[in-house]
Design a protein around this ligand. Structure first.
Ligand code: HSE
Length: 323
């Protein structure tokens, strides 16, 4: 076994669904998770906080980077790893933290294979493993590739995707309530069947999204983000004050909001020309309407990320960490 040099993987956060595109649409954001990995002969796994070097107590089996790494290596001999981790956005808040971890793990596995005289994974192979591990492609594809991505698992097992850019006059902000929602639990509460009007509403929404991306016509965005009937009517119940906040933000001139993934995070869409005004008052409005009483930042302005995963090699060994 050849131990490769240390690598650092930087993976963007993502916002999935974007209203009507349940399990199909995802957008990469300029907020990142960073994973510094050093490979070791001894087959043990340790993870530390990159900022304070304190050990993070999480069993190897529950760590998604490690899980994706081992899945990528298959039955081959695997090295141990020491990993330092930090993230701009909190986990389980609806911004694709599990997808970021899986993307880092599969990429680290592919990198290790290449350094051990095996072929690195093709992009298609990476996307297939990522979708298998995550269960749906809408977060993992933009986390890996950047951009606004429409992705789907085809009947032949392949992942097909269309990558788009957002019009430049669209501003984005993320709202991060301090409480957490489990995606698994949130998915289990969605209906198993939907009425025809609900399905037609979501179909309309996805067409309006595509038209907006192709033409930049804001009327299409306004339609698109409010047409979901598959998940937002149910998940909004987990976010007290969600509809009140939607109204307040519309009164301020925003286009609207969507629940980010399974929530409780929220993605806000606004015309860039009201950004300065929003900077001054959005946080107090969010905290008031969502009844958040928190010192941490509940709002961050952001931009789309069009790069996706970045890997840097040959970084110096991690400084000493505390066990
Ligand atoms: N499409 C998934 C869901 C994304 O809404 O459950 C989860 O982050």
């Amino acid at each position: 076994m050849i131990l490769p040099d240390n690598i650092t993987l930087k993976v963007p956060a993502t916002s999935a669904n974007l209203g009507p595109g349940f399990d199909l649409f995802g957008l990469a954001l300029q907020a990142y998770s960073t994973f510094q990995i050093s490979f070791q002969y001894e087959n043990k796994f340790e993870i530390f906080d990159l900022n304070n070097r304190q050990k993070i107590d999480i069993p190897e089996k529950s760590n998604l980077v490690r899980k994706a790494f081992l899945r990528t290596l298959g039955k081959r001999e695997s090295p141990g790893m020491q990993m330092l981790y930090t993230s701009d956005l909190p986990t389980s808040s609806g911004f694709g933290s599990s997808a970021s971890a899986l993307v880092a793990g599969v990429a680290a596995g592919s990198y290790f294979l290449k350094k051990n005289q095996s072929a690195a994974l093709s992009l298609q192979e990476e996307l297939e493993i990522l979708t298998e591990l995550e269960g749906h492609p809408d977060n993992v594809c933009p986390a890996r590739l950047g951009g606004f991505i429409f992705s789907s698992l085809q009947s032949d097992g392949k992942i097909r995707y269309i990558k788009k850019s957002l019009p430049q006059d669209l501003g984005l902000a993320v709202i991060i309530p301090h409480y957490r929602v489990s995606t698994k639990k949130s998915r289990s509460k969605l209906p198993k069947k939907y009425g025809m009007n609900d399905i037609i509403s979501n179909l309309k929404g996805t067409i309006h999204w595509m038209e907006y991306l192709n033409t930049g016509n804001q009327d299409d965005l306004l339609q698109a983000i409010h047409l979901d009937r598959i998940h937002e009517p149910y998940r909004s119940k987990n976010i007290p004050g969600y509809f009140k906040l939607q109204k307040s933000l519309k009164d301020l001139g925003c286009h609207g909001t969507t629940i980010s993934g399974s929530g409780p995070g929220i993605l806000v869409y606004f015309p860039q020309n009201i950004k300065n005004e929003l900077i001054h008052n959005i946080k107090s409005i969010v905290n008031r309407d969502l009844q958040l009483n928190q010192n941490t930042d509940s709002v961050k302005f952001t931009e789309p990320d069009y790069t996706g995963l970045i890997i840097n090699e040959n970084l110096p060994a991690a400084a000493s960490c505390e066990n």
